[in-house]
Design a protein around this ligand. Structure first.
Ligand SMILES: [Ca+2]
Ligand SMILES: [Ca+2]
Length: 267
């Protein structure tokens, strides 16, 4: 199935070898209690890991990370017959160099690093995100490599999205959308604002973010009783180091800001 998506043509890959059981939407493949889809950006590679993440967000979920050898084996079965070369995973060491965690903040239970990886190759300012190999000279299928988060020099054109079986559709009007965020107190994401707006509560700020597929985190500040500032960010701390505990904004003192980022749901 071809889907026009802004300036990219995104190919949703169906595998004829997989039986889609009840619980996964059309085009999604089941494994365990989860559904997976491989997205291939056909017209151009993903700009960066955020671009790949947004591709999954448009499908109501987020990039996958890999928890076990069995899951890795399953994911590799999605690659044959496609033009995918390398695929972003939801794993990063942006918060602490050489300490990789998944985007939900959990530790790695399984890794499959290729030879000499991760090497934090310095040419583009280090490498804090992770891709899995399908087709790359000198690499084995399934090798993991660390890659830059915010620049894609390797022509990474794949994204694997994952969601729990029977997950209800994303409903930003539901109260449960608050569960999609977690808080980092007294912190502020610098230089990644999409826009800033006054809203009465932090819940309203989260709601705005959850309704905007380009929004990955928010800063919330209550300056005065009648002046509340909500900043929607295009990045999260998991792919950017621009999180600071010093607001750096004139007129605001430390501790007034609260940073919330969208958490991964269900896995
Ligand atoms: Ca790194
Ligand atoms: Ca590397």
């Amino acid at each position: 199935m071809l889907k026009l998506n802004q300036d990219k043509i995104e190919l949703i890959v169906f595998s004829s070898q997989q039986h889609v059981k009840k619980g996964c939407d059309s085009g999604w493949q089941p494994f365990g209690n989860y559904c997976y889809i491989l997205l291939v950006s056909e017209s151009s590679p993903y700009d960066d890991v955020l671009d790949a993440r947004r591709a999954c967000l448009r499908h109501g979920t987020d990039l996958a990370f890999i928890r076990s050898e069995d899951e890795q084996r399953f994911i590799i079965t999605l690659f044959p017959g496609t033009s995918v070369t390398e695929i972003y995973l939801a794993t990063s060491d942006a918060i602490e160099e050489d300490h990789f965690i998944h985007f939900d903040g959990t530790a790695l239970d399984f890794t499959n690093w290729g030879d000499s990886e991760p090497n934090n190759y310095p040419t583009f300012g280090g490498e804090n995100c992770v891709a899995i190999i399908y087709s790359c000279d000198g690499r084995a299928v399934g090798d993991w490599i660390d890659v830059p988060c915010l620049f894609n020099p390797r022509l990474i054109n794949g994204a694997i999205c994952k969601k729990p079986v029977d997950e209800p559709p994303t409903d930003s009007s539901s109260d449960s959308f608050q569960d999609k965020f977690h808080m980092v107190k007294e912190s502020y994401m610098m230089n990644n604002a999409i826009f800033s707006i006054n809203v009465p509560t932090y819940v309203d700020c989260m709601r705005l973010c959850s309704e905007d597929t380009t929004c990955l985190s928010v800063n919330y500040n209550r300056r005065r009783l009648t002046d509340y500032n909500c900043v929607l960010n295009s990045q999260s701390r998991l792919v950017s180091r621009n999180l600071t505990s010093d607001s750096g904004v004139a007129g605001f003192s430390l501790g007034e800001w609260t940073y919330y980022e969208q958490r991964y749901r269900g896995y």
